[in-house]
Ligand binder design. Structure first.
Ligand code: MSP
Length: 532
């Protein structure tokens, strides 16, 4: 068993329902977690919801319900969405959980006792949308870069966290740990931000202004700043300080976030951990933003894309495949109906789907579904083996997946698929079938193709778990499924089990293949959309 690893997504605000962006991060982390399980490494995968602060209070007021009732409702939408998208999280955390609240208070007290939190009067410009103070130089034309609104000047006494004290230490840590923030561009963004003096962080809000939060343990007139509260979820979920999960999984942690929240994760969080004497996480994996039809998703434009709707139309696995294949992890990507249809039709229906049905149909036609067994003794048969191509694909796939380059991992698999498609054309089994002297060659060709499909079915598991299982079932090699607990899910082949070549056994009879991915007719989809 390799080193245990802990995967996390951001905990999402409960002020709006889940959209495409939330689905992407959670699917990306799920793919990484499933890949890690494939590497025989113990895995704990966490997601959840961030439920305190102004934003939630305001949203609840609009609906005339209490913030807790509101949080329950929206948190439920997130929690119920994840199984629908085949997310294999081991736990779902809510910041309104009593266990989490206790850990936040303990952490604050610990840092307060060590002298890194102080009380002071402060006058500054504050964006209520972001729930934070800004510095003049961060504004764009005097306005909040995120909300486009003018921040308000406010003067208040608050508690501050001495982040400035740790600035040089953090710069050094980032520089000496090349994978701490990745890809590179985001590491550089953080380092360039750290060239300016780091201001201390205001970690409280007076109750006169905000009550929906965790009361400071050392001053009951204040609640905790939401980011301090939220970031702590990553350790409270593991039962910090002495829970078994914490001991086992921390600090072997891979955080997944988008570029919008690298500052809290790349600056506040490591400093909070350092100040509390806790080891730092292993890596912060940052991806870009999804735009929809070329523009930022926004309620006012009306292009906020609902993952339930999209996966309902195209299927869960095709949706997951599209997201992982289309976005280069780290860069922005664009979502349009045409691009998803194109990807599904070309990569899934044509390349993989056709290959699968061609091979199984030929096996059915020439061998009545019985898996042929090649005789490996002749040089000719060795030359026909696809083993070396599978080896190359697995190596490239593994390297890419370990580095969160999911699109590249999929490209490696699809190159192998394309080699197999060409192999069929080059060896023309339909011609071999006409000559009885070529029987052995025909058996070898079909056997190699079936083996190739076996390899593909294993490699697509993290991205398309359901299709992987379906293909394996049709190849007669499905693993037993257990539904009770994600932790013990064992319906996949580990990377070590994918090779050697030559695993399919004789005496298995395969059925005629069904269609794996139906081609999508754009007109049908548009009609469906219009009917809504
Ligand atoms: N609650 C904080 C996170 C606290 S983590 C300790 C928060 N929540 S959020 O609901 O606003 O979620 C932000 C995250 O949602 C992004 O970092 C990203 O994971 C995901 N996305 C939101 N919009 C997105 C896109 N348009 N594209 C890709 N991902 C996006 O910030």
């Amino acid at each position: 068993m390799n080193q245990p690893t802990f995967f996390t997504t951001p905990i999402y605000y409960v002020n709006a329902k889940p959209h495409l962006g939330h689905a992407y991060t959670t699917i990306a982390a799920d793919v990484a977690a499933r890949f890690n399980r494939m590497c025989s490494s113990d895995t704990f995968f966490l997601t959840g919801t961030d439920e305190h602060g102004d934003k939630i209070l305001e949203a609840a007021k609009k609906e005339n319900i209490t913030p807790k009732e509101y949080a329950d409702k929206i948190s439920g939408l997130f929690r119920n969405l994840w199984p629908e998208l085949d997310i294999s999280n081991n736990y779902f955390i809510r910041t309104t959980n009593a266990d989490h609240i206790k850990v936040v208070k303990d952490l604050l007290q610990k840092i307060y006792d060590s002298g890194d939190i102080y009380f002071s009067e402060y006058e500054g410009i504050y964006c209520f949308g972001c729930e934070r103070f800004y510095q003049e130089r961060e504004l764009v034309n005097g306005k909040c870069p995120d909300h486009g609104t003018e921040p308000e000047k406010i003067k208040e006494a608050n508690y501050f966290f001495k982040m400035s004290k740790y600035q040089d230490w953090l710069i050094d840590h980032i520089k000496t740990h090349p994978d701490f923030i990745r890809p590179e561009r985001y590491k550089n963004e953080i380092l360039s931000f750290l060239k300016e003096p780091l201001e201390d962080l205001c970690i409280s809000r007076p109750k006169s202004r905000l009550t929906w939060g965790i009361t400071l343990p050392f001053d009951h007139d204040f609640v905790t700043y939401v980011w301090f509260d939220a970031l702590t979820n990553y350790i409270s979920a593991l039962g910090y300080p002495d829970g078994e999960l914490f001991k086992k999984f921390w600090p072997h942690t891979k955080h997944f976030v988008a570029k919008d929240i690298i500052k809290p994760h790349g600056i506040y969080w490591p400093i909070m951990l350092k100040a509390a004497g806790i080891d730092l996480y292993e890596s912060l994996n940052v991806h870009g933003f999804w735009n929809v039809s070329g523009t930022k998703m926004s309620k006012s434009i009306g292009n906020v894309t609902d993952p339930v709707e999209v996966s309902g139309i195209y299927g869960v696995d095709p949706f997951r495949y599209f997201l992982m294949r289309e976005m280069v992890f780290g860069l922005d990507a664009n979502f349009t109906e045409d691009t998803i249809v194109q990807r599904i039709n070309s990569d899934l229906a044509n390349d993989l789907g056709n290959l699968f049905s061609r091979v199984l149909s030929m096996n059915f036609k020439y061998f009545r579904g019985n898996i042929p067994q090649p005789d490996e003794r002749t040089e000719k048969e060795k030359a026909l083996s696809l083993e070396k191509y599978a080896d190359t694909a697995i190596k490239e796939y593994q390297k890419a997946m370990e580095n969160t380059m999911f699109h590249r991992g999929l490209i490696a698999v699809w190159e192998f698929i394309s080699i197999m498609n060409k192999y069929i054309d080059n060896n023309a089994p339909w011609t071999l079938a006409k000559e009885s002297s070529q029987k052995k060659t025909l058996e070898t060709v079909i056997y190699n193709l079936l083996e190739g499909l076996r390899v593909v079915s294993c490699l697509i598991y993290p991205v398309m778990p359901e299709t992987s299982f379906r293909m394996q079932k049709l190849l007669g090699i499905e693993k037993e499924r257990t539904e009770q607990n994600n932790d013990t899910e064992n319906d996949f082949y580990t990377l070590n089990e994918v090779m050697p070549w030559h695993q399919l056994k004789k005496n298995k009879k395969l059925e005629k293949p069904p269609i794996l991915f139906p081609r999508i007719d754009t007109d049908t989809i548009r009609t469906k959309e219009m009917k809504k």
